[in-house]
Design a protein around this ligand. Structure first.
Ligand SMILES: [Fe+2]
Length: 300
């Protein structure tokens, strides 16, 4: 049992050598600021927390989420609701909204979410597990020369998987966690397209290496869901992927805590690499458009 769990009075069981813990001994539906403080420190320690047998109502779910910050609505989901910050997503037999590619939530935005809180309302008898990866450990286990190479680089992310390739953001490849001060890799195969300071030919193998490196099983956790379980994860230092291997219905409800702007580990050292453009990559043009828009807004 983790020391912080003992301090907070919760029963805490670690789930892998890299990240994740199951927490019992608390009713999230009745949690207040004191419990939220304990949960926040557990989240910083374990990155992903699971609370079995919670069965939150939507209003309890929203109230619990608000203990951790302002909630946001999902920009790319059309979900009619009187509660715009609350989402229910249905998937049946592997069809529907299944995020079966590794990603940090909405890294295609300037301010990706800080954390997400998901309630598993209905899950298939088998399959539909979710995997998480510890991006802090993935960074820390790189060699010092590779760490130095990556620090100060940035990457272009886009919302192409949500049918909005025009929605782009640039984030540091290595970001500093604002609460722990630890460095994490911040690239993922779902949203990240191009390292800004490298050519297309250089960027592609580096991104391929990083996304494969970070999703090695030893950096990860695979979680088997039960109905009524609530999960929350720190989106700043983890990424995740749902296994699209199930039959039957999978229903989740979630709220998301609004994001902050990822901070680089070191000041930028290089200018964006803009020419010559490669006809082989549409991301060159995408990068040029993004930088032009950024300059126009006076942020460049
Ligand atoms: Fe996600």
């Amino acid at each position: 049992m983790a020391a912080s769990g003992e301090r907070s009075g919760f029963e805490v069981t670690r789930l892998s050598g890299s990240l994740g813990a199951e927490v019992r001994g608390i009713r999230l539906g009745q949690a207040g600021p004191d419990e939220a403080e304990g949960i926040r420190s557990l989240l910083l320690e374990h990155q992903v927390l699971f609370f079995p047998e919670q069965y939150l109502t939507p209003d309890e779910h929203i109230a619990f989420g608000r203990l951790f910050g302002e909630l946001e609505s999902h920009p790319n989901l059309d979900f009619e609701s009187e509660r715009p910050e609350f989402f229910e997503l249905h998937a049946t037999g592997g069809k529907g909204a299944i995020a079966d590619e590794w990603h940090s939530d909405l890294s295609c935005q300037d301010r990706p979410s800080v954390l997400a809180i998901l309630h598993m309302v209905k899950c298939p008898a088998v399959g539909g597990d979710t995997m998480w990866a510890n991006m802090t450990k993935a960074y820390e286990e790189l060699t010092p020369p590779m760490q130095e190479f990556l620090e100060g680089l940035s990457a272009l992310h886009d919302a192409h998987p949500h049918d909005h390739p025009e929605q782009t953001a640039i984030h540091p490849v290595v970001r500093i966690h604002p609460e722990t001060g630890r460095k994490s890799l911040f690239v993922n195969e779902h949203f990240t397209r191009r390292i800004v300071e490298l050519s297309h030919e250089e960027s592609e193998p580096v991104l391929r290496f990083l996304t494969r490196w970070a999703t090695q099983p030893r950096f990860g956790l695979r979680y088997r869901w039960s109905e009524g379980t609530v999960a929350m994860w720190d989106n700043r230092c983890t990424q995740h992927c749902v296994l699209n291997d199930f039959e039957g219905e999978r229903v989740i409800q979630r709220v998301t805590v609004m994001g902050d702007e990822p901070e680089s580990a070191v000041p930028a050292r290089w200018e964006p690499y803009l020419k010559p453009f490669s006809a082989a990559s549409r991301h060159d043009r995408q990068l040029k458009v993004h930088l032009r828009e950024r300059d126009r807004r006076g942020r460049g």
